[in-house]
Design a protein around this ligand. Sequence first.
Ligand code: APR
Length: 242
Amino acid sequence: MTHRIDMAAYRRIVILTGAGVSAASGLDTFRGHGGLWRQFDAEACATATALRTDPLRVWRLISFMRRGAKTAKPNPAHQAIVALENKLRATQSLTVVTQNIDGLHQRAGSHGVIELHGRLSHTRCANPRCSLKPFEDWELYETQTPRCEKCGAVLRPDVVLFEELLPPDAYRACDDAVRACDLFLAVGTSCTVHPACDFVFTAKDHGATAILVNLEPPENAVDVFDEIHLGPAEELLPALLG
Ligand code: APR
């Protein structure tokens, strides 16, 4: 039986989400049954090397993900996090950190979401010296790689690919929040990808309570969590967050 977490007992709350929180919205997770990395070769279409050598392959993956994310609706897991945000006392804070690039937390109404891995909804110029700013773009590019109208370089998705560093501001904001939190709640993540999977250790080192809500036990980091609730986030979160 899932008990309600006494959220009033905590002042600084961090919720880290992964692909599992969007599963009930019909979006694929990356690992496990039916995961994206079973359908696409991550090495060949989700790395900085792939972007350099075969950008159209990267865009085919991104187009597949955009097709689903563009019309996906937030589910009760996203909505439970928004409900928590709306009932916090003035002395409490909530920071939502997501590994997801689907934008569903914002679509549900969450504020100040830290997107560690970028956002599917935007495209930017691959040339770091170009003045073109990232722009909202849900276009699907499956037959031709888009080019920058300013400098002619390849356009790329505004997401973090493997072999790339996280956006420094996002990482710093997340690290600050994790060091200051007294509750670290991880939801729908396999706890396998750095640096997101390391944040729970930082939180614990700074005295936080760590709770995991996930469909299955994580491959690692099991011992670091004070509580693990196994099951679908769209059912457990509304009960846990009350
Ligand atoms: N409720 C809760 N958890 C779920 C649900 C659900 N309805 N459905 C699946 N899960 C769990 C799975 O059991 C799995 O442990 O969600 C987890 C999703 O794990 P991954 O697919 O590895 O996704 P994530 O942890 O977000 O991956 C991190 O890896 O490939 C990169 O950049 C990508 O952001 C991604 C990062």
